[in-house]
Design a protein around this ligand. Structure first.
Ligand code: ADP
Length: 794
């Protein structure tokens, strides 16, 4: 309030406003006066100019009217044209009108004489002379007209026209004078304007100078003082505080403030010292925090690196490289204590070997005893020194890796040429080694479980049954190689396959359509097993299901795919054997029984008796042959068959077999086709005979309509082939491969009545193979067959 009152009274701004107000008031006044004067002058000029222009126009009009009158009157007098006369007379009214207009003009020129002269001449001409001349002319007195004109009127007219011309010149001149006056006046006004502007500019400068003195200088002083205080100079403040205006007030306030600031500065300095001490403390704490953060970061770094893999070597490599980085080492090595595994960084192979041979065990013993890291300062070796010749030292750090059971499972050694390992860092190294220990333990556990898993898989793979483990949802967890062999796929194909995937894959390889349904039945225990046949290998597989439990928890189900092809074949064989044996035995036995009963119970003629007895003999022989065949095949299968091999000539053997067989048939002719050779083989004569007997006997049996049977000997360099060629029933193509299988018989209508056991050809094959020979068959169904036995020549 005090300041406001003060400012109202003494304020510089108030003074500034007042001065500027006066200045602008005077300026406005001057400008108004100037403009009014200018306007007035302008107005008077325009009024005068208007009067003069009007006067000039009326004067010209009068002149024109008179000229017109004179011209028409002269035309009338010259040509006697009454129209022209009337025109001349009519001009009087116009003249009179113009004279009255002229009189009304407030002309600046004194025109009273002029207008009087015009009026007199008008009266003279129009009222007096014009009527007089016209009446003389109309009276026809031309000479009088000429005389009057020449002596009086024309001179009068001429002097009147001169008067008119003079008046026009006078008005023109007056106009020019008037314009010149205006130009002079405008020049004067411009000069006055410039003077006024100069004066007002000087006044303005004076006001501003006064203000600068009052305001600028004290302000500059104030700014300098503020600057000195701000720059921390201990200055004495020299300000004029006696003035009673704003600057005075400001200076006084500033002075007080500066003094206060200087007072406070001391307090602040003391405070600042305290803060600096606190800051140093905080910085120490921050440094520690940063160190801890760095430690954690390094810790995490190594843990992350070694957690990425379960491969021991990769982990050891990663540990040694990262530890070197973390502890600022130039080289290092880590080696497992119970294992040969190790990894090194920057250490040559010879150094590694030296460490493993000489250092590992004593170091291990020392670290096992103390379980603490230690560092050694030693002189650098030649290899480390490069080109330096002076003594240089390096620091070796030895670190045990301790497991969760407090065992030393690995030892590490690092060398640094530049860093010195401080005791304070040892805790960090121990904690790093602990983390490494946990990782190595994890890997060791993984390796153990992996080895166990591999062993289990190997055991499974040795099984000659397909094994398949599926979880509760039907996903395949494990299979063995045998299952993959059965389904002709890789081991990895099955693992992880869903129920839908693997069942449809299996189904695509199985002949039976209801494979998945049957599988579902054994999985839900509604059936114990089922059998399926593989389409590609024709193997018969029986599937069982067993539940797999760990403690009380069911882990899944084990499917066992057992190959029962062999058993099935044996079963087949057994049933075929039973039916064959029963049929083949029953036929000869019933004839023997029949003939024997007849012989015993009835009186039969001696020649009939002989026939019956020879029938009994031939059926008994058939039975004996049958039983011999059974015994032969059994001996051969069990390996009990022995062969007495001697060099034997084939021709005599074939001769005797053909002779014996020819006796039994009249429908066939058996021809022996020989070349010049006499082949000898190493063989059991009896068994070789059995081979040819069987083959020729079959040729006879399976040519029921008779025909020629050729026995052809083809002697090649080191082998001899014996072909038995018939023109009988022939053999269907699909049966050819199975002919040598035991009990196999071609089951066609054309040969159902022909007796046989299906053993003959398998016995032939056994004997031929036992003589290192081969048996082949070529046949055209319905046209005949050729059986070729090949033996090595002796
Ligand atoms: P089987 O006691 O039935 O004759 P084999 O082992 O000697 O037994 O012959 C097996 C099958 O081979 C016979 O059932 C027969 O159908 C066929 N077979 C053997 N030899 C001939 C041949 N020469 N001509 C036509 N088929 C033959």
């Amino acid at each position: 309030m005090r300041i406001n009152t003060y400012i109202r009274k003494k304020s510089i701004s108030r003074r500034f406003v007042l001065l500027m107000g006066i200045y602008f008031f005077l300026f406005a006044l001057g400008a108004a006066a100037f403009l009014t004067t200018l306007n007035m002058l302008n107005h008077s000029y325009l009024t005068e100019s208007y009067q003069l222009t009007k006067e000039e126009k009326i004067t010209k009009d009068l002149d024109n009217c008179f000229d017109d009158t004179f011209f028409n009157e002269r035309g009338y007098l010259a040509f006697n044209n009454v129209g022209l006369k009337n025109n001349a007379i009519a001009q009087e009214a116009n003249v009179r009108k113009l004279i009255s207009k002229y009189k009304k003009i407030n002309s600046p020129i004194n025109n009273q004489d002029f207008i009087q002269s015009v009026e007199e001449f008008t009266s003279y001409y129009f009222n007096d002379k014009l009527p007089a001349i016209n009446s003389i002319f109309e009276s026809g007195d031309q000479a009088k007209v000429v005389k009057l004109a020449k002596e009086e009127v024309t001179p009068k007219i001429d002097s009147f026209q001169k008067l008119m011309n003079n008046q026009l010149q006078k008005v023109d001149m007056e106009n020019e004078n008037h314009l010149q006056k205006l130009i002079d006046l405008q020049t004067e006004i411009q000069v006055v304007f410039v003077i006024i502007m100069l004066l007002s500019f000087i006044i303005l400068l004076t006001i501003l100078g006064y203000l600068f003195k009052q305001l600028g200088r004290p302000l500059a002083k104030l700014a300098m003082a503020a600057d000195e205080i701000a720059s921390g100079e201990n200055t004495t403040i020299d300000l004029d505080t006696s003035k009673e205006d704003e600057i005075g007030q400001l200076s006084a306030t500033f002075k007080r403030m500066a003094e206060k600031v200087q007072e406070k500065e001391q307090d602040l300095l003391a405070h600042n010292e305290e803060l600096i001490a606190q800051q140093t403390e905080l910085e120490d704490t921050l440094t520690k925090l940063m160190e801890n953060k760095e430690k954690l970061k390094r810790h995490n770094q190594i843990i992350n690196q070694i957690s990425n893999t379960l491969n021991l070597q990769e982990v050891l490599d990663s540990i040694v490289v990262n530890m070197c980085k973390i502890i600022d080492a130039d080289k290092g090595i880590i080696t497992m204590t119970f294992d040969e595994a190790y990894a090194s960084y920057g250490v040559p192979l010879s150094g590694v070997n030296q460490f493993l041979t000489h250092m590992k065990i004593p170091l291990f013993e020392q670290l096992t005893a103390t379980k603490k890291p230690f560092s050694v300062r030693r002189q650098q070796e030649i290899a480390d020194k490069g080109y330096h010749e002076d003594k240089i030292y390096c620091n070796d750090l030895f670190l045990p890796v301790i497991s969760s059971t407090e065992e030393v499972i690995a030892v590490m050694m690092f060398s640094s040429f530049s860093s010195h390992y401080r005791v304070s860092e040892m805790d960090e190294f121990i904690s790093l080694a602990k983390s490494i220990g946990i990782s190595l333990e994890k890997i060791s556990l993984y390796q153990k479980s992996e080895a166990e898993r591999k062993r289990n898989q190997d055991i499974l793979n040795t099984l000659k049954e397909g094994v398949q483990l599926i979880d509760q949802s039907g996903v395949v967890l494990q299979v063995n190689h045998y299952l993959c062999e059965l389904f002709q796929c890789s081991y990895s194909y099955f693992i992880g396959r869903t129920w839908g995937e693997w069942t449809s894959f299996m189904k695509s390889q199985v002949i039976e359509g209801e494979f998945v349904e049957n599988l579902t039945k054994i999985l839900d225990s509604s059936e114990d097993s089922f059998i399926y046949t593989l389409a590609h290998s024709k193997r018969m597989i029986k599937v069982f299901c067993e539940e797999l439990y760990h403690a009380d928890t069911m882990l899944g189900k084990v499917l066992i795919h057992r190959d029962i092809t062999k058993n099935y074949e044996v079963d087949q064989m057994k049933s075929e054997l039973v039916s064959t044996v029963s049929h083949e035995l029953r036929t000869p036995l019933s004839s023997i029984l029949g003939f024997t009963e007849l012989l015993l119970r009835r009186e039969i003629k001696p020649e009939k008796q002989k026939q019956y007895l020879s029938n009994i003999l031939s059926e008994s022989k058939r039975l004996t042959n049958l039983i011999n065949d059974f015994l032969d095949i059994q001996r051969m299968e069990t390996g009990a068959q022995t062969y007495e091999k001697n060099p034997i000539k084939l021709l005599p053997i074939l001769d005797s077999v053909i002779e014996a067989q020819q006796v039994s048939t009249k429908l066939h002719e058996i021809i022996l086709e020989i070349d010049d050779s006499d082949p000898v083989i190493l063989g059991d004569e009896c068994k070789i005979k059995q081979v040819f007997t069987n083959l020729i006997n079959n040729a006879i049996k399976y040519s029921p309509d008779g025909g020629i049977i050729k026995v052809r000997i083809i002697h090649e360099e080191d082998q001899v082939k014996i072909a038995i060629i018939d023109t009988g029933l022939g053999i269907p193509k699909d049966a050819i491969n199975k002919l040598f299988t035991k009990f196999y018989r071609v089951d066609n209508s054309d040969r159902r009545k022909i007796g046989g056991t299906g053993l003959g050809l398998s016995i032939v094959q056994e004997i031929v193979h036992a003589h290192n020979g081969e048996i082949q068959v070529e046949s055209e169904y319905g046209r005949g067959s050729t059986f070729i036995a090949t033996f090595p020549v002796f």
